[in-house]
Design a binder for this molecule. Structure first.
Ligand code: PEP
Ligand code: MN
Length: 342
C-alpha cells in the first residue's frame, strides 16, 4: 500500500501518517518526492488494518490518495513517482521521447581497438560508448578483460571523443574505483541480485545501468532497482537483455521484449534493451533493436567490434563498423515514425 500526500503536505502531516502506520505494527517507508511525498507500507494489510488506516488518514489533511499495490517494490513504482525519471549524463538524456544507443565492443582489448570502435560509435550518431574492463565469464579460462588497464583506456577514449562511457562493475569494493573512470556503472545480468553491489552502486550516486538477471522475474528486477533507489540514488536505467532460452540451438537467450511495455506500465524508470546478449547472433541484432524501439524502449545497448572475428569475447553477436552504421541509419528512420528523438 502507498499513501500519496498532496503537494505541499507539511512535516507534521507526514509524521502523522507515519505514526498511524507504526501503530498498526509496520515500519513506514517515508519516500520524499520532487512534487509529492509518499508513505509506503511494506506489508500487505488485512481488511481490518486497512480500514483502520483509512479511518486515520481520512481525518488528516494532506492526504490525496491511498493506493493498494500488490507489488513489493515501492520507490520504483509508478504509484510512488508518477512522472517519468530521466537519467542524464554528459548531455545524454535517457527516458521517454528519446532513443539512446550505447555501442561498443563486449571487451576493451587495446587502445587501438577501443578507439576504432569509439570512432564508429561517434560518427554513426550513437552517444554512449560501452566496453568491459572486468568481464563476468562463464569459464575462468576465458578472457577476463584488461581490468585496470581497460579502465584507463575507457577513460582516455571517453575524454578524447567526448562520448559518455559505461562499463561493468562486478563487486561492491570496486564501485569507487570504477566510478572514477566512467560515467555510468553497469551491473551485469549475473550480478543483478548481488545486493551489496547494488547498495554500493546506490551510495555512489552515479547513474546505474541495471541488467535483468537471466532468470529474474519482473518483481525481482524492480526490487533489485529498489536497492539502488533506497540508497538515495534515483539514476537507474533498466535493461532487458534476454532471459534463459527455451531453445538455445538458435539464440543465446530469449529477448523478452514484452518486458519493455510491462516495465513501462509499472515503473517510472527508463527502460532499454540489449539485443546483442538477447539473441547472441549478429544478424538478429538489427531486427530486435528496431523491435525494441517500436515496443517503447528508451534505447538499446549494441555490441560492435572493428573486427568481430578477432574479438576476445562475444564476437558472434558483434556488428562490424558497417553493420553498426547501417543499423543507426535504420533506427533514425524508424525514430521518425515512432516519434522519438535520436
Ligand atoms: C555485457 O554487457 O558485456 C554483459 C556481460 O552483459 P550481461 O550481463 O547482460 O550478460
Ligand atoms: Mn558481451
Amino acid at each position: 500500500m502507498i499513501i500519496v500526500l498532496q503537494v505541499g503536505a507539511t512535516q507534521a502531516q507526514i509524521d502523522a501518517v507515519a505514526d498511524a502506520v507504526r501503530e498498526l505494527g509496520h515500519e513506514p517507508l517515508v519516500m520524499p518526492g520532487e512534487d509529492r511525498w509518499a508513505i509506503g507500507v511494506p506489508a500487505q494489510l488485512d481488511s481490518g488494518q486497512r480500514a483502520t488506516l483509512e479511518g486515520v488518514v481520512s481525518r488528516l489533511e494532506g492526504i490525496s490518495q491511498i493506493t493498494e499495490t500488490s507489488r513489493p517494490y515501492k520507490l520504483a513504482s509508478v504509484e510512488y513517482h508518477r512522472s517519468p525519471t530521466y537519467v542524464e549524463v554528459k548531455g545524454v538524456k535517457v527516458g521517454p521521447g528519446n532513443f539512446v544507443v550505447m555501442g561498443g565492443p563486449c571487451s576493451v582489448e587495446s587502445y587501438e581497438q577501443y578507439r576504432a570502435s569509439a570512432d564508429v560509435v561517434k560518427s554513426s550518431g550513437a552517444t554512449v560508448l560501452r566496453g568491459g574492463a572486468f568481464k563476468p565469464r562463464t569459464s575462468p579460462y576465458a578472457f577476463q578483460g584488461l581490468q585496470q588497464e581497460g579502465l584507463e583506456i575507457i577513460k582516455r577514449v571517453g575524454d578524447e571523443t567526448g562520448l559518455a562511457t559505461i562499463t561493468e562493475v562486478m563487486t561492491a569494493d570496486m564501485v569507487g574505483r570504477v566510478a572514477s573512470y566512467v560515467d555510468i556503472l553497469q551491473i551485469g545480468a549475473r550480478s543483478m541480485q548481488n545486493f551489496p553491489l547494488l547498495v554500493e552502486a546506490g551510495r555512489s550516486g552515479k547513474p546505474v545501468f541495471l541488467k535483468r538477471g537471466p532468470s529474474a522475474t519482473i518483481d525481482e528486477f524492480l526490487l533489485a532497482a529498489e536497492y539502488v533507489l533506497n540508497e538515495g540514488n534515483p539514476h537507474v536505467i533498466l535493461c532487458e537483455r534476454g532471459i534463459l532460452p527455451h531453445d538455445r540451438a538458435y539464440t543465446r537467450n530469449t529477448l523478452d521484449l514484452a518486458a519493455v511495455p510491462v516495465l513501462l506500465s509499472h515503473t517510472h524508470l527508463p527502460v532499454m534493451a540489449d539485443p546483442s546478449h538477447g539473441t547472441g547472433v549478429a544478424k538478429y541484432v538489427a531486427p530486435m533493436a528496431k523491435a525494441a524501439m517500436v515496443a517503447g524502449a528508451h534505447g538499446v545497448m549494441v555490441e560492435m567490434h572493428p573486427n568481430p572475428r578477432a574479438a576476445l569475447s562475444d564476437g558472434s553477436q558483434a556488428l562490424d563498423a558497417e553493420e553498426f552504421t547501417a543499423l543507426m541509419g535504420e533506427l533514425k528512420k524508424l525514430a521518425g515514425f515512432v516519434g522519438v528523438k535520436m
